[in-house]
Design a protein around this ligand. Sequence first.
Ligand code: IMP
Ligand code: MG
Length: 181
Amino acid sequence: MKNDIDRVLFSEEQLQRRIREMGAEISRDYAGKNPTMVCILKGAVMFYTDLLRNIDVPLTMDFMAVSSYGNKTKSSGEVEIRKDLSTSIENKHVIIVEDIVDSGFTLSYLTRMLASRGAASIKLATLLDKPSRRAPGITLKSDYSGFEVGDEFVVGYGLDYAEYYRNLPYIGVLKPEVYQG
Ligand code: IMP
Ligand code: MG
């Protein structure tokens, strides 16, 4: 698996250091607010569990799965809910936790959808952002953003290519020959 990685973009240590800062910032902002932390499966799962361990205000957890790339490396622009929340978010302060903002379709759709369910507030915590890939007309900004990346496909620490590489403890770029098979 490691042989498929061209180079490491963010090491375990870099990820953990940044996530500690993000957790501290969220803890300050959400004192007394008991936020509901929504994990977008599966890509955000590593980030989610590490982030939550660095937040020291009372919070609740919930999970959602949406369709994204399938086995392709380009977003279709369509968002399908595969697994919905198991709790009500009415009057709750919601923080959506996602691995990466690419075109921005997924998170702008989810933000609108969860707002329509009567959340008291909705903010976004995202590990990675690819600002250069934002779709026309999408003006999405993450409230808590870990790192910016360029226009390249990254894997590891939850992020996959064709469902693999999620268990790498760091984030890296695949060798081109891996896509070409
Ligand atoms: P968006 O709706 O285009 O913003 O796509 C967001 C989703 O696409 C993320 O939740 C990821 O699942 C997937 N994605 C986008 N870029 C990458 C990448 O570089 N590696 C792995 N998955 C990615
Ligand atoms: Mg995803």
